[in-house]
Design a protein around this ligand. Structure first.
Ligand SMILES: [Zn+2]
Length: 472
């Protein structure tokens, strides 16, 4: 498949041809979502926000500008982000007395306000989220959706009475993200990042690394337990029931909307273009009339009847009556990734049936009109299932065990994700990066994997089974 042979070109072409994004915007790292891409992105955000709301998180909208004073408060945080900051230093022709920055993430926008809002234990937990854009001056080569200087995301920020409360929230956030990604049929590893690679200012970080056809993993979500680090820096305290004053314990989590969209396209797409999971397809079923001489009007009427029946059942349907050949329409909607196509030709008219074909395996079948609604329901479910199983088997075949450095180097060169045993020494992690080009991404938290061999670098006793890959 072309996407595995030349991912970069395939991806760029698919984004352009399926009208997801137009990357000709004249600022590097900034791009335009076209209506089809914007609709898909909004559906992803919608699923996530519904999950967040259902678990007691509330929306908020914080400013995009952050003061330098607030940004500088948490020492580790500033160290981690400072190289990527876009500064606002001038307004009109005046140099600003106090410069500001565009949020690279919103801890330092939100937490000064948390300090004002949280007074007593009755104010806790505080669980907020916002969907928006963040800005990071990426110095590596930018890539549409995968590595942008402005990207769409959703971030959650919570404050709790104690460590246990924060730990429960971390589990909830992991469950929420997993639910969303499963509904998009994505496959990934849930990894606890090694200490040297955790979020700047956190106690520990959990990340979702999705596979990508070029072997570089795509971090689509992260969940962090911040402990009391930011509470101390921003003086976010509360009065407990017994009258004592305590620091809150915090979590934050980020869902990469742009990157999740990239993962959907990269994992499910094929030589014909995008393949959209039914949950986020702006159109789930496209009805295409196949005109035939003398019965054109009858076919169009019957097509409309088919369309109305599907639409009335609650599916997102579209009747394509444009002045194009059926072949051109098939090509177009395949490129756009519409999961199910319903064709209506003279024979279908005669038999009061519909010829349906699904986008993943391109299976065609004829269904009696009376049966069309349940048939489409099961077809859409089958599409999601098929996408999930294909993605799962690709991730399995992409992952390989490496017991020594030469097989690790070969695995990364062959665009694989390598599973290795590691002693947890930072020096060994650096050796892995220098020699193979892959990074230690962390160890799995959903399955326990015990090291069966010594550290792949130094040969000492291994503490962890970790995953090594190149990354976006
Ligand atoms: Zn070692």
């Amino acid at each position: 498949m072309r996407k595995f042979d030349n991912f970069g070109e395939w991806f760029d072409n698919t984004l352009f041809d399926a009208e997801v994004m137009d990357s000709r915007y004249p600022i590097k790292g900034f791009s335009v979502y076209k209506p089809w891409g914007a609709r898909v992105a909004r559906r992803i955000i919608g699923i996530l926000e519904d999950q967040l709301e259902a678990t007691g998180h509330e929306p908020a909208l914080f400013p995009v500008a952050i003061s330098e004073d607030a940004f500088a408060k948490e020492a580790e945080h500033i160290k981690g982000f400072t190289a990527q900051v876009f500064w606002i230093t001038k307004a009109g022709d005046r140099r600003l007395q106090k410069k500001m920055l565009l949020r690279p993430t919103s801890e330092t926008a939100m937490y000064p306000m948390f300090a004002k809002w949280i007074r007593s234990h009755a104010d806790l937990p505080l669980k907020l989220y916002q969907s928006g854009s963040v800005y990071r001056y990426e110095t590596k080569a930018t890539r549409p959706l995968l590595r942008m200087r402005e990207f769409l995301w959703n971030e959650g920020h919570t404050a709790h009475k104690d460590w246990d409360g924060a730990e429960r929230e971390v589990k909830d956030a992991i469950r929420i993200y997993s639910t969303v990604f499963e509904r998009l049929a994505l496959r990934y590893y849930i990894l606890k990042r090694p200490d040297f690679d955790k979020f700047a200012g956190s106690v520990y970080s959990i990340a979702f690394d999705a596979w990508n056809p070029d072997g570089r993993v795509n971090q689509i979500g992260t969940v962090h337990n911040l402990g009391e680090n930011f509470a101390k820096a921003f003086e976010i305290t509360y009065e407990d029931a017994d009258g004592t004053h305590k620091n809150v314990t915090q979590t934050c989590f980020g869902f990469g909307t742009s990157r999740t969209l990239a993962a959907v396209i990269a994992q499910h797409g094929d030589d014909y273009g995008m393949v959209l999971p039914p949950e986020i397809a702006p159109i789930q079923v496209v009805v295409v009339p196949i005109p035939y001489k003398e019965v054109e009007n009858k076919i169009e009427d019957y097509s409309r009847e088919v369309y109305e029946k599907i639409r009335a059942a609650g599916f997102r349907a579209h009747l394509d009556v444009e002045e194009k050949t059926p072949g051109e329409k098939y090509y177009h909607w395949e490129m756009f990734g519409v999961p199910v196509r319903a064709e209506v030709g003279p024979r279908d008219l005669e038999e009061r049936q519909v010829t349906v074909s699904e986008r993943v395996d391109k299976q065609r079948s004829t269904i009696a009109l009376e049966e069309i609604v349940p048939a489409i329901r099961s077809l859409l479910a089958a599409v999601t299932k098929s996408l999930e199983s294909k993605s799962r088997s690709t991730l399995e075949s992409m992952t390989t065990d490496a017991n020594d450095m030469s097989s690790l180097i070969a695995a990364i060169r062959d665009r694989k994700i390598a599973r290795v045993c590691w002693c947890e020494d930072v020096g060994c992690a650096e050796t892995i990066k220098d020699e193979s080009g892959g990074e230690i991404r962390g160890h799995r938290i959903d399955v326990e994997e015990k090291p069966q061999s010594p550290c792949v670098v130094c040969g000492r006793r291994a503490e962890r089974v970790v995953y090594v890959a190149r990354a976006y």
